[in-house]
Design a protein around this ligand. Structure first.
Ligand SMILES: *Cc1c(COP(=O)(O)O)cnc(C)c1O
Length: 412
């Protein structure tokens, strides 16, 4: 008799985006004459850079001829792409200790964030940021890593809270944890982390022999030289950290699907019997067993991002969204809101001085200005009272949203 995975019954209901959608539909029904500006979207609006389209078109043509056809590729990813990532994203920035052998090409950050649990032993203490990207906790609950559930809390999941008191930079835990998820620049709060702040986490991990999973999906948005782009900028991080990157938010790959995960060869931990466990070897084994690699055409498209034209396209795409985010940030500050993000990230995270409920704020903003947002409570308890706006819409729509904000007597 088949028995289904009970862990699914423990998952918190993911009602956030469906509830946002429902409230927008209801509003439209009652107010058919008003147009809505979507500022809740987490998807990009600019198309693929031309250099990528050319490279992918060429790759398709190669695939159509027997002399240049490519079948199964390496599970690790093609070396033409891994070499360029190592050279451009790491060596060129002084991180020569990261090599092509440490890099695994993926079909995006979310898959690997979900799959890395294959490396975890049983009964680990897992530290997860609140507010945070919901995949970290949901994937662990699905895998049965949560431990005992009681009133929606899990014995093995330790929330690392951040709020206005620590400027949304989570504080290193007092007790020992075995796995730590970090995401900078952060989704949803938009805040980046400095080298000295991240050093505290790396030192903690070195001391406790914990593994850090560093979600760096927004690395290309960093502009402030003091903000960390890669965790490997911190001494010793190559002994404790896996870094996850994606071309989704940087180059319009949300629908193409490509990213990469860095699992350094120096990541040595232990199995439960004390024998050596090398995570690079284990991850390679995992990928060879459960993954057959990312398509040749897609990897050729990603490779084109490492030409001068491709690098310029990443810069101008991210500048475009950041400019939108900056305008939103300034408009909200002028309105007297408490505002985070929008400087090294496409996200703006804000609340009112008096602090209202996230859903009340969501409704007030929608009804008064026709702007849709994402309620912070959807990212965890610490997100209560906050709203997230994104810079991913067009500049034209962002300007329109800002003028509505300016004209409204909004009191959230
Ligand atoms: C969008 C996003 C991802 C997922 O990116 P994909 O590569 O498209 O799967 C991962 N982490 C964070 C924090 C994100 O916002």
């Amino acid at each position: 008799m088949f028995i289904a995975n009970n862990n699914f019954t423990l998952l918190p209901e993911s009602y956030l985006f469906s509830e946002v959608g429902r409230r927008i539909r209801d509003f439209k029904q009652v107010n058919p004459e008003r147009d809505i500006i979507r500022m809740d979207i987490g998807d990009v609006s600019l198309p693929l850079p031309e250099v990528v389209v050319r490279a992918m078109t060429e790759a398709i043509n190669e695939m159509g001829k027997s002399e240049t056809f490519h079948g199964y590729g390496p599970e690790h990813g093609y070396s033409f792409l891994r070499d360029k990532i190592a050279a451009t994203d790491y060596a060129l920035r002084g991180l020569t200790h990261i090599s092509a052998d440490d890099i695994f090409i993926s079909d995006g950050a979310k898959s690997d964030l979900g799959n890395l649990g294959n490396l975890f032993g049983r009964n680990l203490k897992i530290a997860i940021p609140d507010p945070g990207y919901p995949v970290y906790s949901d994937a662990n609950i699905m895998d049965g890593n949560g431990g005992e559930e009681h009133n929606g809390l899990f014995s093995n999941i330790i929330k690392i809270n951040s709020d206005t008191q620590n400027n949304f930079l989570p504080i290193v835990p007092e007790g020992a944890v075995d796995v730590i998820y970090l995401c900078f620049p952060n989704n949803p709060t938009g805040v980046g982390i400095t080298r000295s702040q991240l050093t505290q986490w790396v030192e903690y991990a070195l001391q406790h022999k914990s593994l850090i999973i560093y979600d760096s999906a927004y690395e290309a948005y960093v502009r402030n030289p003091a903000t960390v782009r890669s965790i490997y900028e911190i001494d010793g991080a190559e002994k404790v950290a896996i870094e996850i990157r994606s071309f989704s938010k940087t180059a319009g790959f949300t629908g193409v699907r490509c990213g990469y995960t860095v699992v350094p060869e120096s990541l040595d931990f232990n199995f439960s019997d004390g024998s050596k466990a090398n995570l690079n070897k284990m991850w390679n084994r995992r990928q060879c067993t459960k993954f057959n690699g990312v398509g040749y055409i897609v990897q050729k498209g990603a490779e084109a991002l490492y030409t001068a034209e491709g690098q310029q396209a990443i810069k101008s795409n991210t500048d475009y969204y950041m400019n939108n985010a900056r305008m939103l940030r300034e408009a909200l500050i002028k309105k007297g809101m408490i505002v985070y993000g929008g400087e090294d990230s496409p996200y703006v995270w804000f609340r009112t001085e008096k602090g209202s409920d996230s859903w009340d704020m969501f409704d007030a903003l929608l009804h008064q200005t026709g702007i849709s947002s994402t309620p912070g409570i959807g990212f965890g308890k610490q997100g209560a009272g906050f709203l997230r706006l994104t810079g991913f819409n067009t500049t034209e729509m962002t300007r329109k949203a800002i003028s509505r904000l300016n004209e409204s007597l909004i009191d959230l």
